[in-house]
Design a protein around this ligand. Structure first.
Ligand code: CTP
Length: 210
């Protein structure tokens, strides 16, 4: 099978030396790419900036902004069987990027932000993607309810949801505990290394019903 996986944060420039970003190490997405490759699949990883090494045998497109990630995903969908959108995409970006470094002339500074394109939300409706679609949901409350809402709104086959308010899992840590949300049920994967959680997610992804 051919997998497309997004990972890491995006960076939205404010001026030549500053940017807005999300907390994300990229570990979950890179672990998914490594697990899928290990299982013999063809894997394309599209990632924002991280400090991680690309797993051996995985095709790689580095991006910085949400717009670049959107463009790369749209352009690379041909032949993809399973898309797993794991990236922590910035939801807003500065309306304009200052050409020169912003100097601290004033006590307060207001940044005007606009929405970035919703990659997951565009997969079916804009890109016409008809393969298996897996989204991620990082929530701080009502994890299953919000995750299920995302599954329906973005026409996913599965949403991997985690409670990022729990210490020691998710964002910057090496471990995760997630719930797989299907249209008709949920399945809990207990706290484990991101590598072992990734192997389980890939197994579930390959047997999604058509
Ligand atoms: N995502 C994306 N493009 C964006 C923002 C998010 O592809 N511009 C993807 C992430 O990779 C992840 C999922 O969408 O798979 C996270 O969804 P999120 O944006 O949190 O969902 P919403 O329900 O739209 O947002 P909110 O949590 O604010 O309700």
């Amino acid at each position: 099978m051919k997998f497309l996986i997004t990972a890491g944060p995006t960076r939205e420039p404010i001026d030549p030396v500053r940017y807005l970003t999300n907390r994300s190490s990229g570990r979950m997405g890179y672990a998914l790419a490594g697990a899928a490759r290990h299982d013999g699949h063809e894997v394309l990883l599209i990632s924002g900036p991280t400090t991680l090494d690309v797993p051996p045998g995985v095709d790689f497109i580095p991006v910085e902004t949400a717009q670049q990630m959107y463009d790369a995903v749209r352009d690379m969908l041909r032949g993809v069987d399973v898309a797993i959108l794991c990236a922590a995409v910035a939801d807003y970006r500065p309306v304009a990027c200052a050409e020169q470094k912003i100097k601290k002339h004033t006590d307060k500074l207001v940044l005007e932000l606009e929405r970035t394109p919703d990659i997951l939300g565009s997969m079916r409706s804009v890109f016409g993607f008809s393969g298996k679609l897996i989204g991620f949901a990082a929530e701080t409350q009502n994890v299953v309810e919000y995750g299920r809402d995302k599954l329906v709104r973005k026409q996913c086959d599965m949403v991997v949801a985690n409670d990022v308010s729990q210490p020691g899992i998710g964002f910057d840590s090496r471990e995760n505990a997630v719930v797989l949300i299907y249209p008709d049920r949920e399945e809990y994967l207990e706290k484990d290394s991101k590598e072992r959680i990734a192997m389980q997610i890939i197994e579930h992804a390959t047997i999604l019903p058509s």
